[in-house]
Design a binder for this molecule. Structure first.
Ligand code: AMP
Length: 176
C-alpha cells in the first residue's frame, strides 16, 4: 500500500533510544488528522469482512489504533500489557529476547474460544514481541488469529514475518 501521505508524515529519529537504531516515530501519524483517517480507513477495509470480535493491542503504541479499529469493526478491545499493570487475574507468557527475558500479560477473561482475534502493534522489526503475543493469544484457543502492523521494517537481515506460522495472515500498511 505505502500511502504517500503516511510515508511523508512518519518521523525518523536516528540513534533513539540507542546509537544505531532508526526509530520510526508514529506520534507524527497520530497527531495528524488526515493520517489517522487514512490508517483507520485502510485497516477497516482490510478487516471489515473477517468477522473480528476482539482486537488485541500491544502495549503501548498498539493501544491507539487498536482501540480505534476495534470501534470501527464493532469488536471489543483487549490490552496486552507488561507485567503488573492489569488488575484482574491474568495469563502470562515469558519469552527470550536478545538480552534476557520479557513477560506479557492478558486478562484471563479477555479472550474466549469463540473469538476471532486481530493482534495489532505499530511496528514489525524482528517479530519477537508480536510472536510472544501471538503465542499467548493462541493459548486461549480462539477460532482464528490475524496480525497487523502499521509499519513493517524490511531492512536487510530483518525478516520479522518468518517467526510466524505460514498460515497466519499478516498485513502491514507501510513497508520501509
Ligand atoms: P520486534 O519485537 O523486534 O518486532 O520489535 C517491535 C516492537 O519494538 C514494537 O512494539 C515497536 O514499537 C518497537 N520497535 C522496534 N524497533 C523499532 C524502530 N526502529 N522504531 C520504532 N519502534 C520500534
Amino acid at each position: 500500500m505505502n500511502n504517500e501521505t503516511l510515508l511523508k508524515n512518519l518521523r525518523n529519529i536516528p540513534d533513539f533510544p540507542v546509537k544505531g537504531i532508526q526509530f520510526k516515530d508514529v506520534s507524527t501519524l497520530f497527531k495528524n488528522p488526515e493520517c489517522l483517517d487514512i490508517m483507520t480507513d485502510e485497516l477497516k477495509e482490510i478487516y471489515q469482512d473477517k468477522g473480528i470480535t476482539k482486537v488485541v493491542g500491544i502495549e503501548s503504541r498498539g493501544f491507539m489504533e487498536g482501540c480505534i479499529l476495534a470501534h470501527e469493526l464493532h469488536a471489543g478491545f483487549v490490552m496486552c500489557r507488561k507485567p503488573g499493570k492489569l488488575p484482574a487475574e491474568t495469563r502470562q507468557l515469558t519469552y527470550s529476547k536478545e538480552y534476557g527475558t520479557d513477560t506479557i500479560e492478558i486478562h484471563t477473561d479477555a479472550i474466549t474460544e469463540n473469538d476471532i482475534v486481530l493482534l495489532h502493534d505499530d511496528l514489525l522489526a524482528t517479530g519477537g514481541s508480536m510472536k510472544a503475543a501471538y503465542d499467548l493469544v493462541k493459548s486461549f484457543n480462539p477460532k482464528k488469529i490475524y496480525i497487523n502492523f502499521i509499519i513493517e521494517l524490511t531492512i536487510e537481515g530483518l525478516n520479522g514475518r518468518s517467526v510466524f506460522p505460514e498460515d497466519v495472515e499478516i498485513s502491514t500498511l507501510m513497508k520501509i
